[in-house]
Write a protein that binds this ligand. Sequence first.
Ligand code: GSH
Length: 217
Amino acid sequence: MQLYAHPFSSYCQKVLIALYENGIPFEWRMLSPDHADILAEHAALWPLKRMPLLVDAGRSVMESSIIIEYLDTHHRGPVRWIPQDPDAALEVRMMDRFFDNYIMTPMQRIVFDYIRAPEHRDASGVADARKLLDTAYQWLDGVLAKREWAAAGAFSLADCAAAPSLFYADWVHPINPGLSHVRAYRSRLLSRPAFARAVDEARPYRELFPPGAPDRD
Ligand SMILES: N[C@@H](CCC(=O)N[C@@H](CS)C(=O)NCC(=O)O)C(=O)O
């Protein structure tokens, strides 16, 4: 299998967690300006040019959640990403959507605003994103009060989505110290070896973080 990805990308880290947890071998296809050939291959396979993209025996699989479901179906390991029970599976998929839509998306909106020329900055869009993060953090704190992992009582697809989204969201919009369950969950995710490995591999790229990476984590 080949993974078109960059180590510092949050959605790529989401999939790397799933690959590393189950020790699934793959070939890195590094998406960076230093590898024009790989960028061209990626653009030909997926004109939307979003990463990650998995290619397995010539079959392209795009979208991080779908890639992880694909791994669960075709490259199964000890950690199952979607539970067998249909209701538990719904809970996992719902929390995966929560992290992508209400943590990752507003986090990216804030980050991307830093890349824009000052005259094209979107102050009200950023304010909306910060408000959404505050509401999402607050709701999540209640959900996590009695949970170790995000859904269905085990580490799952939802935690793969949670780890990089909370990691970077806390950098751009710190989680209020009063939200102790979310903060403890973020720390638990950081001590999970598969995510710790992804974070370590991305360390050399921290200078790329548009708002500037904090000196922690
Ligand atoms: N819904 C996609 C989102 C992927 C995504 O937005 N990836 C970012 C990197 S974290 C990307 O490719 N950005 C490049 C761009 O926006 O052109 C998924 O779940 O895989």
